[in-house]
Design a protein around this ligand. Structure first.
Ligand code: HEM
Length: 411
């Protein structure tokens, strides 16, 4: 079955997509997803472009290796100038833009440094970093002064954690945070040449920084991911691939985790019952964070490209079609989740698609979950009278969904 034409449907799918990438749609995407869903779980928009809003269909698409990510050769046909832009070159050399069999090889090599042991050993470091940032927050918000939770905490913790993982010294972290924000623009999709120019410069500086770090670890290895990757026995990544994947680790986990933390607190500020349970029930944070990932996916969409004609759970996708997989819509699919628009931290077997699925499943998922599960209860216990101090400011982007500012008072 190809996507249905719904008689009486209120809005043509193309119109809805246009709204989604415009400002009101970015702020309120969920009613627009429901309008798309009226046309079925797989919605052809125009020849060559289809969107997927169903949970089962998104999940199947993410696991189907005939549906490919846009890699270097495919970028050549749509934007041949990409090689001239460090911001694009930097990412396209990483695993996120690789297809089989190249992807599995690169992911295996990077995962060799990013082991579950190394991630779980970060727990005490995350606890320490959280406490230090809470001290900092206490100073900034002393005498009940309003303080921005995103600037003072949510954007700092992920950078501090990834820096600990990569072995970036503390003195470089504020520079690191600024530059990571500039290069992350390239992940949203380049929309204007001015932003691309900023991202290009940032990517070049970051690339040079990582090359110097690699050289230091080559000469003087320590127990961190970079040393493990540089000194791995057997097959290794080229220097350029190593730098690209370090960029990816930094930027893929920075704003996404900050967005998760921001949404987690925003809801707790307006629900005293949840806030109280987060303070007192250690297990509650696990379900709360998982449900928040479902409810407000920090990455709302990703894409794939059909190398051949693919039957996606009964929906024929012609060869050459670009598929936009709307993770934020899949997470609210009523055929998978009862009352999908209700935030229910006690929901069982949530399994949101917020970290993707299949071969590109997010490498940092355990890390970002752990950060939110540790930080949130500690924050609320330390400041039991925490309250909102103004209107939060939402990032004006569709794919990246989160807050840029969340003013609070510590009480
Ligand atoms: C809440 C936080 C995060 C969210 C929502 C998120 C989301 C995602 C998604 C949706 C993908 C799959 C993209 C696709 O299949 O097209 C992905 C991949 C990836 N993420 Fe995350 N991510 C988060 C945190 C992190 C962190 C903390 C790190 C690293 C420390 C990280 C590293 C990666 C990497 C390396 C990939 C590429 C995996 C591959 O291509 O095989 N992410 N992430």
């Amino acid at each position: 079955m190809v996507g249905r034409d719904v008689p009486g449907s209120t809005q043509a799918p193309l119109e809805t997509i246009r709204e989604l990438v415009g400002s009101p749609g970015r702020t309120h995407p969920y009613p627009r997803y429901e309008r798309l869903r009226e046309h079925g779980p797989v919605v052809p928009i125009r020849p060559g472009l289809t969107v997927v809003v169903g949970y089962a269909e998104c999940d199947a698409a993410l696991r189907d290796n005939r549906l490919r990510v846009q890699d270097g050769p495919s970028y050549d046909s749509i934007y041949p100038e990409w090689r001239e832009h460090p911001a694009l070159r930097g990412y396209i050399d990483s695993m996120l833009y690789r297809n089989p069999p190249d992807h599995a090889r690169m992911r295996r090599l990077v995962s060799g440094g990013f082991t579950p042991r190394r991630v779980s050993e970060l727990r005490p470091a995350i606890e320490r970093l959280t406490e230090r940032l809470l001290d900092r927050l206490a100073t900034a918000g002393a005498a009940d002064a309003p303080v921005d939770f995103i600037a003072e905490f949510a954007s700092r913790l992920p950078i501090a954690v990834i820096s600990a993982l990569l072995g970036v010294p503390e003195r470089d972290q504020s520079w690191f945070r600024r530059i990571a924000a500039d290069v992350t623009i390239a992940l949203e999709g380049i929309t204007n040449t001015q932003e691309l120019a900023v991202a290009d410069v940032a990517m070049q500086d970051l690339g040079n920084y990582f090359l110097a770090l690699i050289e230091r670890r080559r000469l003087d290895p320590v127990d961190d991911v970079v040393s493990a990757l540089v000194h791995a026995g057997g097959e290794r990544l080229s220097e350029q691939q190593l730098v690209a994947n370090m960029m990816l680790l930094l930027t893929a986990g920075f704003e996404t985790t900050s967005f998760l933390l921001g949404h987690c607190l925003l809801l707790a500020l307006h629900n005293s019952d949840h806030a109280a349970r987060l303070r007192t029930e250690p297990e509650f944070a696990l379900g709360y964070v998982e449900e928040m990932l479902r409810f407000e996916a920090p990455v709302q969409a990703t894409s794939r490209w059909a190398a051949v004609e693919v039957d996606l759970l009964g929906h024929l996708v012609p060869a050459g079609t670009k598929l936009v997989l709307i993770l934020g819509a899949a997470n609210r699919d009523p055929s998978r989740f009862a009352e999908p628009d209700r935030f229910d931290p006690d929901r069982e077997a949530v399994q949101p698609l917020s970290f993707g699925a299949g071969s590109h499943f997010c490498l940092g998922a355990p890390l970002s979950r752990m950060e939110a599960q540790i930080a949130l209860p500690r924050l609320l216990r330390r400041f039991p009278r925490l309250s909102a101090a103004g209107v939060p400011v939402r990032r004006d982007t569709w794919v990246g969904r989160g807050l840029d500012e969340l003013p609070i008072r510590l009480g």
